[in-house]
Design a protein around this ligand. Structure first.
Ligand SMILES: [Zn+2]
Length: 282
């Protein structure tokens, strides 16, 4: 099953799996640790050591009768093992037209590409699209695109493909830290990308935090939070953000969801050794 519901006071959170990608584990994946150490960390958790599976899970928040989709997955733009979110949304009882708001944490392709199908139609035609202001400013800056290394230019172009040409009024930039609506607030979590934001849902005294890519797979980067995944754009800032956010989640015992957490992708974080242990919900 590719979706899982959780009650949060009067709200509902639904994890929607979009699939996963298996990548051979090489030197480049963890930038600042020797491969043998990385393999030892995986082996200590009885995980395979010659590859890593990176899952993709977005979250639907039903709050005050409105439906908010936090990040989008790939739709039909990604590898063949992805693009399952739409089927899982249907299995959970919703149509793409039902989505009132899409809320983007940051502009990496696995988070935004699912907003527009390959044929360029909008997958959620009725949704306003909420974007963190500093994230939008960075990726839409032509000078930054021109100055980017060739390997990064595609990421800038993908942002333009997805968000360029959105009808006026449909794109809603927010300042990280702002409330999007009562009960759904954003916070700055910069480092992985220049403007990444995370989101807190509150209802009847209960809280849920969607941490997006504060960590990539927790079996490595929660357990060893000072390690930098190759996708962290500012590794040191990402490291500080990871420790700050996870310390808060541990202290407040808050339910958390992560885009690259193992499905159902939500659970709690506990202090463990020099880092944290992700405990998925049963
Ligand atoms: Zn990601």
């Amino acid at each position: 099953m590719g979706f899982k519901r959780m009650k949060l006071g009067a709200a509902e959170i639904i994890a929607l799996h979009d699939g996963a990608l298996r990548r051979p584990l090489g030197d480049e994946f963890v930038r600042n640790a020797p491969l043998e150490q990385v393999k030892a960390m995986l082996a200590s958790q009885n995980l395979p050591t010659d590859y890593v599976d990176i899952p993709f899970t977005a979250f639907l928040v039903v709050l005050g009768g409105k439906k908010f989709l936090l990040d989008t997955g790939f739709a039909d733009n990604g590898p063949p093992t992805t693009g399952q979110l739409r089927a899982n949304l249907a299995a959970a009882g919703y149509k793409p037209e039902d989505i009132d708001h899409v809320v983007l944490s940051h502009f990496h392709g696995d988070h935004i590409n699912g907003l527009r199908a390959k044929d360029s139609t909008l997958v959620y035609p009725n949704a306003k699209v909420h974007v963190p202001k500093p994230e939008h400013a960075f990726w839409m800056d032509d000078a930054k695109m021109d100055a980017a290394p060739p390997a990064m230019k595609g990421a800038f172009q993908a942002v333009r493909r997805v968000l360029g040409g959105l009808p006026a009024g449909q794109l809603v930039p927010f300042e990280p830290g702002a409330d999007l609506v009562p009960g759904l607030s954003s916070s700055a979590a910069f480092g992985h990308t220049p403007g990444m934001s995370i989101f807190t849902v509150k209802s009847e005294g209960q809280s849920f935090v969607y941490v997006a890519d504060v960590t990539n797979i927790p079996s490595l980067f929660a357990r060893s939070p000072d390690w930098a995944v190759q996708f962290d754009m500012d590794a040191e800032m990402a490291r500080q953000t990871r420790r700050r956010v996870f310390d808060m989640l541990v202290k407040d015992k808050t339910m958390a969801g992560g885009f690259h957490f193992p499905f159902p992708a939500f659970g709690s974080l506990e202090a463990a050794g020099n880092g944290y242990q992700f405990k998925p919900v049963a």
